[in-house]
Design a binder for this molecule. Sequence first.
Ligand SMILES: [Mg+2]
Length: 231
Amino acid sequence: MSAIEVIAFDADDTLWHTEQMFQDVQNRLYAMMATYASKDEVAAHFHDMEVKNVRLFGYGVKGFTLSMIESAIEISAGQVSAADIHEIVMLGKRILDAPLNIFPAVETVLQTFKDDYRLLLITKGDVLDQRNKIEKSGLETYFERTLVVQEKDVATYRALFAEHGIDPQRLIMVGNSLKSDVLPILDLGGSAVHIPYHVTAHFENVVGRINHPGFFELTKIADFPELMKSL
Ligand SMILES: [Mg+2]
């Protein structure tokens, strides 16, 4: 019998598609900047800009959009047109307004566990955007709590678990990011399931292999109930 009492789920790219939309918009930026710099140069400039700005804007579409505008202005040495800046703003708005594309089996998986476990949703990013997505998902009723945090690191998780009376040793976290959903949870003595998404935001990349008794890897969330039976 598993000692797990709490299952925490990441949201973006774990329950529903997100990152692909960001990548599509970035590709549009590369095309827009093609007369000024190569795709690799634009990508590098924009990534540095995002990393630099995240501490001021936080994660999310609004910061992403502002970073694209700032990058476009710098890369073009001020030559980017108002029409192009307008298009960048519209691309950002389109992400905020996009219909939510939930992965297959998510609702079945939540249904499987909702009576026997405490279910949490823990997501980071812009509060309004994340709340809108949670509402659009129609999945809120499955969770004891849905929590939006600024950063998913050891300090944040530790404070959050203390606040909600959760022993990390009795928790398993499911997510697509090794940096945000897996490593800090293992550090705190919990278990974690990594389900990679086909694209990863550059600031979530982690190098190296994880060798830990509480670490599991799956290719899709539909396989999670089977894994839980084996614990
Ligand atoms: Mg995620």
